[in-house]
Design a protein around this ligand. Structure first.
Ligand SMILES: O=C1O[C@H](COP(=O)(O)O)[C@@H](O)[C@H](O)[C@H]1O
Length: 250
């Protein structure tokens, strides 16, 4: 196991192998906790194959669904039916078929007065604090058993974009992200680095040739949000061959 704050890069062949490797890590991490389990999901395209795999007979029976609670690391303030809605993607891929409805914890986005990122963030922060049972994170008792993450082409992770204040937040668990340098942009809500770090494992999935340029910068140590997102315990980057820069290929 990697020491606190360290990151381990695990190369995999392709997106299918990545989904399988990620699914095995999910199962192993869930098996370590005999009580109530908290998983923070991610949006984007990268985790979809993993989510679909978790609903297959091979994996479905290995997950203690009644004990696992599913949160989301960031959300766009769009209606639930919008394809950009991160939790809806996870619901369609596996949660709606497998998880008890009460164990799915979406960021609220679906009423007109909640289309305000700060309001939505405050509500989700309250929900997380109520679930955790405290308003301060205790390093000895992580908020999440597992946090899944992805990397955007500019080095953002969750909805923590380079150069925007949300990346520097140290007190809040969840913040509104009213703007960022992406087009088209819709207001977002994101867990902060301290909240995401409060986990036993942070697992990134990074795949495809479109990720190679940003991965080269990240592996060179550039100060970007995805490089600053580290678990207090174990941080794993699953990277497929197409995304891996030449220097790191075996
Ligand atoms: O904007 C987002 O992008 C990142 C990366 O997404 P991917 O499609 O490149 O995998 C994702 O982690 C985040 O949840 C999402 O809101």
């Amino acid at each position: 196991m990697a020491a606190s704050g360290e990151r381990r890069v695990i190369p995999v062949a392709d997106p299918a192998a990545m989904a399988k490797a990620a699914a095995e890590r999910v199962i192993a991490r869930l098996a370590e906790n005999g009580g109530r389990i908290a998983v923070c999901l991610t949006g984007g395209s990268s985790p979809k194959a993993l989510y679909q795999l978790l609903a297959t007979p091979e994996y479905r029976g290995r997950i203690p669904w009644d004990r696992v609670h599913w949160f989301i690391g960031d959300e766009r303030l769009v209606p639930r039916k919008d394809p950009l809605h991160n939790m809806s993607m996870a619901r369609q891929a596996f949660l709606d078929r497998c998880a008890p409805a009460a164990n799915v914890h979406p960021i609220p986005t679906d009423t007109a007065d909640l289309m305000d990122p700060d309001k939505s963030a405050a509500l989700y922060e309250n929900e997380l604090m109520a679930f955790y049972g405290a308003e301060q994170l205790d390093p000895a008792r992580p908020l999440f058993d597992l946090v899944l993450m992805g990397v955007g082409p500019d080095g953002h992770t969750a909805s923590l974009f380079p150069g925007y204040p949300a990346v520097e937040e140290t007190a809040r668990w969840v913040v509104g992200v009213p703007k960022a340098n992406v087009e088209p942009f819709v207001p977002r809500v994101s867990l902060t680095l301290p909240a995401l770090a409060s986990c036993r494992e942070m697992l990134f999935e990074i795949a495809g040739p479109g990720k190679r340029a940003i991965l080269t910068r990240l592996l060179a140590g550039e100060n970007l949000p995805a490089n600053r997102a580290r678990s207090q315990h174990e941080t794993i980057w699953l990277v497929d061959q197409a995304a891996l820069p030449e220097d790191f290929r075996g």
